[in-house]
Design a protein around this ligand. Structure first.
Ligand SMILES: Cc1cc2nc3c(=O)[nH]c(=O)nc-3n(C[C@H](O)[C@H](O)[C@H](O)COP(=O)(O)OP(=O)(O)OC[C@H]3O[C@@H](n4cnc5c(N)ncnc54)[C@H](O)[C@@H]3O)c2cc1C
Length: 501
């Protein structure tokens, strides 16, 4: 093969996992002349970026906001390279979320920052100064797309960051909870901390970046939802000539003289390649497939500190024979009568109403989803007794329907589909250890953003990781960039020109 005037050999790559990172690595590897095969444990692509069908409804398990949804984001071209947006409309919401309390007050986080400022002042003119501080800060993020930093070289990141370093430091240190304390109005003080998907302890920096992205129309929803989005990338990969094998679980990464040389599948077959890439779960890769032989202190500590509690890991989805097209698409509903699950009290329901995508439900009907943070340990223990596990799932669904019926009278009688996914469901589905998603190592911070966490492993050659565990950071765009940057790195290593077509 002739590239950049030089004859180069066609190197082979095995990729483990067809989540967004594996698919992305696969696409760019084939574009750059690598003989590429993906082994995926499941029978479909996408990993966490997935949806499933129940009784004529499509439940989306993942996307709220896709970074790079609009052409003004640099990430947009990555999705074009990956064919992810082909034939796909994008939905941009006018509201980020609406927060309501039982007394009938509502705070709407409009994605238009001017409208948001006006609305907040209507809610509490006494807070005008704080509101202006907030919206002024959001406007300062309009020209900086933090999520696209992965596309840049370190010096470019430096150039872009330098004029904003003050903003990064200031807003990186303040959480939504901290900022909320500045409001005099008790409702704003209560509502503000829950506006970023209800997550707690989120730095204002993250929220301001999201708000600016929604205002700019670069954070949106790809119509059809998560699985369709992943399928588009899978189509691009196979159209380029990449091979993919489903129901092919990798059990072991084969090594010789501290070099990765191949993989062994659960059916006992062995496959060899010049380079092995794992885009599968980090813990399974490092401690399972590689038996913990290639680690250092940082890696051990990271996995030892794995959290038990994970946001959004308990999802109650309902299919209702009800047109909800006039309802907000995202609602944080403070409850009169808190809900108790697994001994934990939930003061609020965080709800998504999928009224904006007609592909997900039959005409005149709607998918609604309530999301909770949950303990993996609790659900794992419960799962040992299948009957109790199913009972508990029904109980929480019943409680959710009950609370929602108060906000949407008559809903109870219109529910015709109920689906509950727990942290154990996520574990079973993706093979992700304890149903977890990656988290940032607390002691590394900015360095991890630049260099990733385990893009390679100490002492092992010809082996790489891609995706959330390689980067210690979640996000569909992060996963895609991780796959792209890996192939760019390989091209540099083998002195090839990196191409994206
Ligand atoms: C509820 C929820 C909401 C989210 N919302 C958003 C959002 O709005 N926007 C956003 O950008 N991100 C969102 N994310 C995060 C995003 O989905 C993930 O960060 C991203 O999809 C991770 O991709 P990945 O390819 O790194 O890993 P994964 O998706 O985990 O893919 C790993 C793949 O490896 C396969 N695999 C595992 N073990 C093996 C094995 N032994 N052999 C072969 N294959 C194996 C798995 O089956 C899977 O397909 C959300 C995640 C969740 C759970």
């Amino acid at each position: 093969m002739l590239k950049g005037g030089k004859i180069v050999s066609r190197k082979s790559i095995i990729i483990i996992g067809a989540g967004i990172a594996g698919l992305s690595a696969g696409c760019y590897a084939v574009m750059n002349g690598y003989d590429t095969v993906i082994f995926e444990a499941h029978d479909k692509p996408g990993g966490l970026c997935t949806s499933w069908n129940r009784r004529g409804y499509t439940i989306d398990g993942c996307i709220h906001h896709l970074a790079g949804s609009g052409p003004s984001s640099e990430l947009y071209r990555v999705w074009q390279e990956l064919g992810a947006l082909e034939g796909r409309g994008m939905v941009f919401h006018d509201e980020f979320v609406r927060v309501e309390d039982p007394e009938g007050r509502a705070f709407t986080v409009y994605t238009d920052i001017d409208r948001l400022e006006q609305h907040m002042k209507q809610l509490s003119i006494a807070d005008a100064e704080v509101i202006e501080e907030y919206t002024r800060a959001a406007r300062r993020f309009l020209n900086i797309d933090l999520l696209a930093f992965g596309l840049l070289k370190p010096w470019q990141i430096g150039m872009k960051s330098l004029p904003r370093i003050g903003d990064f430091i200031k807003w990186g240190k303040i959480t939504l909870e901290d900022f909320a304390q500045k409001f005099k109005d008790p409702f704003l003080r209560k509502a503000f901390p829950v506006i970023q998907y209800g997550f707690s302890g989120i730095p204002m920096l993250i929220h301001l970046n999201f708000l600016a992205g929604c205002h700019n129309r670069t954070l949106g929803w790809p119509s059809g939802g998560s699985l369709q989005f992943a399928r588009s990338i899978e189509r691009r990969y196979t159209a380029l000539g990449g091979r993919i094998h489903y129901r092919s679980r990798v059990e072991k990464i084969l090594t010789e003289d501290n070099k990765a040389v191949g993989v062994r599948l659960s059916d006992g077959t062995e496959h060899r390649a010049d380079t092995i890439v794992s885009a599968a779960d980090g813990h399974t890769t490092i401690f399972g497939m590689l038996e913990g032989k290639y680690i250092d202190d940082g890696i051990s500590k990271y996995y030892q500190a794995a959290p038990d509690y994970l946001d959004m890991s308990l999802q109650v989805s309902l299919g209702a024979a009800r047109d909800m097209s006039r309802e907000p698409h995202a609602l944080a509903l403070f409850l009169e009568d808190p809900l108790e699950v697994s001994g934990k009290k939930y003061e609020r329901l965080d709800i998504e109403i999928f009224n904006f995508d007609k592909n997900l439900a039959p005409p005149g009907k709607t998918v609604i989803k309530a999301m909770f943070g949950a303990s993996y340990g609790y659900w794992k223990d419960l799962r040992a007794d299948r009957e109790r596990y199913e009972y508990q799932k029904q109980e929480i669904a019943r409680a959710v329907i009950d609370r929602m019926d108060k906000r949407f009278p008559g809903l109870k009688g219109q529910v015709e589909m109920v689906d509950v996914a727990t942290p154990v469901t996520f574990e079973n589905y993706t093979g992700n250890w304890k149903g977890l998603q990656a988290w940032m190592p607390p002691d590394r911070g900015f360095g991890t953003m630049m260099n990733g966490f385990t893009r390679s492993l100490p002492g092992l050659d010809n082996f790489y990781m891609a995706g959330q565990w390689a980067e210690a950071m979640i996000g569909i765009s992060t996963a895609a960039l991780s796959g792209r940057n890996l192939v760019r790195h390989l091209c540099k290593k083998y002195k090839r020109l990196f191409v994206t077509k």
